[in-house]
Design a protein around this ligand. Structure first.
Ligand SMILES: NC(=O)c1ccc[n+]([C@@H]2O[C@H](COP(=O)([O-])OP(=O)(O)OC[C@H]3O[C@@H](n4cnc5c(N)ncnc54)[C@H](OP(=O)(O)O)[C@@H]3O)[C@@H](O)[C@H]2O)c1
Length: 281
């Protein structure tokens, strides 16, 4: 049975493309009115909103806002309230990943990652919470990398921002739980999106596919399926959880054979300087 989200209003940050777009479309298909948020890609946001409005279930509006800016987060909330009159669901999906090793990381890289992935979600929740009633839902976005036994060194900044978000979620689940609001985190594993593909060769992408039992990447729709459950009434007793959506593989647990594959793949990707698998575990 499909959950009904009729009458609910959802803000989905970063919903012009990829995972956010799939979530916005799915929530709208269950009747929610959705806010399509983007930072630079107006035509993609318009295409998502047009698609939703053509389906005739929930309505979509578009609000441009850089989630890393407190002022723009405020604008996002005010515009949502002005046009839809309420907020029930906040999906903190917008995120960036620009990988660099320790010696190459700049202050600007640090600020950009922490503004978008950490500061933005926290202050957006702070701004939204006074408008949320019992039964509302907050969904944070992490990554399965926070649980992986091996993470390449250039994921340093990105993985650390997601670690911070998981702690927000864990603590806020109790704080906001007292008001009947659930707070959960989803942690996707490799999902075939622009963020995942950027900076990788086809060979590297095939390497990631090969690590999974089904020899493929996940899809944005597979993430949206889990999010639509978590925001539904049926998930009322699911709170403070981090749900891994990664089709298993080394992001979920370490099989010995996969570890061997992973280690040789990482060595191929990074040259001969990788340490032994046992050093990395
Ligand atoms: N793909 C994966 O394998 C994977 C794995 C684990 C976790 N995740 C997490 O899942 C989430 C979505 O990832 P994705 O792969 O769908 O990313 P994506 O393909 O890069 O899409 C990012 C979306 O976020 C928007 N965005 C970026 N910076 C923003 C900002 N400052 N303010 C507002 N919107 C902003 C983009 O808008 P524009 O179109 O305007 O640029 C776009 O709609 C992220 O939090 C990511 O960390 C992804």
């Amino acid at each position: 049975m499909s959950p009904s989200l009729s009458g609910k209003v959802a803000i989905v940050t970063g919903s012009s493309r990829s995972i956010g777009a799939a979530i916005a479309k799915r929530l709208a298909s269950f009747g929610a009115n959705v806010v399509i948020n983007y930072v630079s890609n107006a035509s993609a946001a318009q295409a998502v909103a047009d698609d939703i409005n053509k389906q005739g279930a929930g309505k979509a509006i578009i609000v441009k806002a850089d989630v890393g800016s407190l002022a723009e987060n405020k604008h996002l909330v005010e515009e949502t309230l002005r046009q839809f009159g309420r907020i029930d669901i906040v999906v903190l999906n917008a995120g960036i990943m620009e990988n660099k090793k320790l010696q190459d990381v700049t202050e600007a890289d640090f600020d950009k990652h922490y503004n978008t992935n950490v500061r933005g979600p926290l202050f957006l929740v702070q701004t939204v919470v006074p408008h949320l009633k019992a039964g509302s839902r907050v969904i944070f976005f992490s990554t399965s990398l926070t649980r992986a036994s091996i993470v390449p060194p250039d994921y340093l900044l990105y993985a650390s921002t997601k670690g911070a978000v998981e702690q927000f979620s864990r603590i806020l689940a109790k704080d906001l739980g007292a008001s009947g609001i659930t707070v959960n985190t989803v942690s996707p594993g490799p999902i075939d999106t622009d963020l995942f593909r950027q900076g990788k060769t086809e060979q590297q992408i095939n390497f990631f596919k090969g690590l999974h039992p089904q020899k493929r990447l996940g899809t944005a729709e597979e993430v949206s399926n889990v999010v639509s459950f978590l925001v539904s009434e049926e998930a009322s007793w699911v709170n403070g959880q981090t749900i891994l959506i990664n089709g298993v593989g080394p992001w979920g647990f370490a099989w010995r054979t996969q570890l061997t594959d992973l280690f040789s793949g990482i060595r191929r990707m990074m040259g001969s300087q990788s340490r032994g698998a046992h050093d990395l575990l």
